[in-house]
Design a protein around this ligand. Structure first.
Ligand code: PBG
Length: 313
């Protein structure tokens, strides 16, 4: 019995899908698992945007308490929901193989066409990045604030709150709503946020090293890890989490990492973007340098303005 891996997870349907997938991989590697699911602060507060709830790690804090006390060995997260700087004594020990990373438009109206400026289309999203990019590339489209899980959002859309939803393909696919996808956004203009499509495994740094290694061997995808190290180094340089409209995507071309990342102003009128390449062994340096470049070329001022605007909201 003592070799059971205890896994912490949020209770949402997407979180449980991801956790069950991870548990399945551990079981396939010969380990026994037990899932300990809970509602976090971020799941309970649905009437305010994440920016306004204010505290960092609203989806992770309570899971980290369980890791620190040894109630759980690992916690399963969407990589993109993780802060770039984890609290001391915690680390990400594995990254899953990645799902398709792009955003999609979900609607009951198959005829919806964002490119037609005569149509008044309202798109539900709570993401500042998606809001800014929509303003940039489809200025006639209206973004409306929309939180809650995928099922809630689809319900709100059907109640008339909006005409379509902009979401990560990964979540839509995992919830088996991919039959409602009416458009796929290209990653060159709509570059996804750092970590999209990837599941990250968090542990306390005091986790038994043999357990840590066994878990990592069963779960870690080396290609995913290279990309995520670059992307997370970028976000860390910007001192960002999911509340700033930063974006970053690294892909492997052979042994070379190609990374495209940037930052948008909240109103979507300005977008900074840069693409760089390096050998995958330089993943973190690549992300860090790209962050430095963005900061030095207008990003620092843009970030300061974003933080002022968000503080005033
Ligand atoms: N922000 C919430 C969130 N966190 C992870 C996913 C989807 C799965 C993923 O991108 O890994 C979503 C939904 C969305 O943004 O549409």
């Amino acid at each position: 019995m003592k070799n059971i891996i205890n896994i912490g997870s949020r209770k949402s349907k997407l979180a449980m899908w991801q956790t069950n997938t991870i548990a399945g991989q551990l079981e396939a590697a010969g380990m026994e698992t037990r899932i300990n699911s809970m509602e976090t602060k971020g799941d309970k507060i649905l009437d305010r945007s994440i920016v306004k709830i204010g505290s960092k790690g609203v989806f992770t804090e309570e899971l980290e308490v369980q890791l620190a006390t040894g109630i759980t060995d690992i916690a399963v997260h969407s990589a993109k929901d993780m802060q770039s700087q984890l609290p001391e004594d915690f680390e990400l020990i594995a990254f899953s193989q990645r799902e398709k990373v792009n955003d999609v438009l979900v609607s009951d109206d198959k005829e919806i066409d964002l490119a037609d400026p005569t149509k008044k289309i309202r798109i539900g999203t709570s993401s500042v990045r998606r809001r800014a990019m929509l303003k940039q590339y489809y200025p006639h489209v209206q973004a409306v604030e929309m939180r809650g899980n995928l099922q809630t959002r689809i319900e709100k859309m059907r109640n008339g709150d909006c005409d379509a939803l902009m979401l990560a393909y990964a979540g839509v696919k995992r919830m088996e709503n991919d039959d409602m996808i009416v458009m796929e956004f290209d990653t060159a203009r709509f570059t996804p946020p750092v970590g999209q499509g990837c599941i990250a495994i968090e542990a306390a740094t005091n986790l038994d090293p043999a357990r840590r290694e066994a878990i990592r061997t069963a779960l870690n995808d080396a290609d995913s890890e290279s990309c995520l190290l670059a992307e997370r180094a970028y976000l860390k340089k910007l001192e960002g989490g999911c509340s700033i409209p930063a974006f970053g995507l690294a892909c492997l071309e052979g042994e070379e990492l190609v990374m495209r990342a940037g930052l948008s102003s909240l109103d979507g009128t300005r977008i900074l973007v840069k693409e760089v390449r390096a050998n995958r062994s330089e993943a973190e340096t690549l992300g860090n340098n790209l962050g430095e470049y963005i900061l030095e070329n207008g990003g620092r001022e843009m970030l300061a303005e974003i933080r002022r605007q968000q503080a005033g909201e």
